[in-house]
Design a protein around this ligand. Sequence first.
Ligand code: 4BW
Length: 148
Amino acid sequence: MFSVQSEKLLETTIKDLIIPVDKVAHVQIGNSLEHALLVLTKTGYTAIPVLDLDMRLHGIISTNLIMDAILGLERIEFERLEKMKVEEVMKKDIPKLLINDRVMKALKLVINHSYVCVTNEDGFLEGIFTRRVILKHLHGHIRKLNKS
Ligand code: 4BW
């Protein structure tokens, strides 16, 4: 199934397959958990990047992490939402890709992660590489191969 053409595809860089940073929903360092929950709910995404004012990547915040942070012993402590900041709760140890990385590396990462943040050498977010985009791309590629 994997022809020379397919190998060529997997050797290409991820540049053309990312959702660019200006289309990525995100929150900023210093934002409250309340704001993050609002953005997550409004956009419909379950996890989004946390950036600083210069658009440097610091981590990922998710609905799950927020709910876990406000879970008290006997009740959900909603008052924590406005007191706590995203940097207290975000996941910092996340997989990352560099803009010139190969598709094959990205493909391996999205087996276990629904998306991976893509940065430049200095840590500035360039975009995200999602399962949807790569599956759509591979589907189109396989259809083309089957037709030829
Ligand atoms: O608002 C949505 N629009 C569309 N077109 N599809 C959506 C939307 N919300 C969810 N989906 C679909 C996608 O197929 O559900 C999948 C899981 O969403 P998630 O994880 O759990 O919120 C979506 O799969 P995907 O496009 O491969 O995206 C994988 C993950 O990447 C999403 C989300 O955490 C993140 N993501 C995707 N686009 C994003 C984004 N984060 C910020 N900004 C974006 N533009």
